[in-house]
Write a protein of this length. Structure first.
Length: 302
C-alpha cells in the first residue's frame, strides 16, 4: 500500500508454510497480530531465515528459543546489521535462550511464556495461545448447550496433572480422558466438540511452565478455565499469571489441586457471570495484543 513502510519479518529458524511464516500452535496469535498490523503504516514482508532478508534499517526477528539457544552469538552478529529491531522469542518454555543478551538501546524484546524475575526486561510477555485450527474446529459447536460441568482430555505425565486427575476421577457430570502423550487420544474435532460442551476446563500445567494451549482453547470454546499456579519445575516462582498478563487474571488459579472440587463448585454456582466476565476479558486481551506490533514499531521510530 502506498505510503506504508516495509518491515521484514525474519522467521529465523525457517518457515514451515508457503506464506514464508512458521505456523505452530504457539505462533497462532502472533501471526494474527502480524495480520492485524495496519497496512496504512507498515507492510510486513515475511522471510524464511536470514538468507532471504534484504539489507534494511529495521527488522522483526522471530526466534524459536528452545531450538536456537545455541545460536545466540550468531544472532547477535546478525542483529548488529540493523539500526532497530523488534525481537520475538517464542517457544522458550525451558528458558534456555539468553534473550537478555540481545538487548540494546535500539531493540525491543518480546518473550513467550516468561519466568517471573528472569524475563523482567521483556517489553511484552506472550502467552502460548491456541493452535491455528482451534477456531475453525470449534465453530460448529460454539453455540451448543453446555451439558457437562467440566472436561479434561490430555496427557497425565507429571505430578501436577496426576494431582488434578486424581480429583477429577471423583467428580460427577464431567468427561475425563487421560492420555499418555501430547495430542494423543481423540480426533481434534471430537476433542473440541467435547470441550465446547463443558462449562469449566481444569488446566493443569505443562511440564516446565504453568501455561498450556488448553487455557486459551477453553476460552475460545466459551468455557471458564481453572489454571495451575505452578508447575513441576523445582522452585518455580509464584505469580506467573499476573506476571505474563500484567494484571490479575479473570479465572481461578489453583496451587493445590486437592481444592479443585470446591473451586469448581464456586465457579459453577455463578457460572453465567463467570463466563460473561472471562469472555469479555478474553475479547479485550486479543484486541489489545493485535495492536502490539504497530505500537512497538512506532516506539522504535522515536
Amino acid at each position: 500500500m502506498s505510503g506504508a513502510k516495509d518491515i521484514q519479518v525474519c522467521w529465523h529458524e525457517g518457515a514451515n508454510a508457503s506464506d514464508n511464516r512458521c505456523w505452530l500452535g504457539m505462533t497462532t496469535m502472533l501471526n494474527n497480530a502480524f495480520d492485524a498490523t495496519s497496512a496504512e503504516e507498515y507492510q510486513l514482508i515475511h522471510r524464511s531465515t536470514m538468507a532471504e532478508v534484504l539489507p534494511a534499517d529495521e527488522i522483526i526477528m522471530v526466534i524459536h528459543g528452545d531450538h536456537e539457544h545455541q545460536k545466540v552469538e550468531l544472532i547477535k552478529k546478525e542483529l548488529d546489521g540493523f539500526k532497530k529491531a523488534l525481537i520475538i522469542v517464542i517457544g522458550d518454555e525451558s528458558a534456555l535462550f539468553p534473550s537478555q543478551a540481545l538487548l540494546a538501546y535500539n531493540r525491543l524484546v518480546w518473550h513467550q511464556v516468561p519466568i517471573p524475575g528472569r524475563h523482567d526486561f521483556a517489553k511484552r510477555s506472550m502467552i502460548c495461545g491456541y493452535p491455528h485450527d482451534a477456531p475453525g474446529l470449534l465453530s460448529p459447536y460454539i453455540d451448543n448447550p453446555k451439558t457437562l460441568d467440566w472436561a479434561f482430555m490430555g496427557q497425565v505425565t507429571h505430578v501436577r496433572r496426576q494431582m488434578c486427575a486424581e480429583q477429577l476421577r471423583t467428580m460427577k457430570n464431567g468427561y475425563l480422558l487421560e492420555t499418555a502423550g501430547f495430542w494423543q487420544g481423540l480426533d481434534r474435532a471430537e476433542y473440541y466438540k467435547i470441550m465446547a460442551s463443558a462449562k469449566v476446563i481444569p488446566c493443569p500445567s505443562g511440564p516446565v511452565n504453568p501455561d498450556s494451549f488448553r487455557v486459551w482453547e477453553a476460552l475460545e470454546a466459551g468455557c471458564v478455565p481453572i489454571v495451575d499456579g505452578t508447575c513441576p519445575k523445582f522452585a518455580y516462582p509464584n505469580g506467573y499469571w499476573k506476571y505474563v498478563l500484567r494484571y490479575d487474571p479473570p479465572f481461578p488459579i489453583i496451587y493445590d489441586w486437592k481444592s479443585l472440587p470446591e473451586v469448581m463448585e464456586a465457579v459453577l454456582v455463578k457460572w453465567e457471570t463467570a463466563q460473561s466476565f472471562t469472555q469479555a476479558w478474553w475479547k479485550f486481551y486479543k484486541q489489545e495484543m493485535m495492536q502490539w506490533p504497530a505500537e512497538d514499531l512506532r516506539s522504535l521510530q522515536c
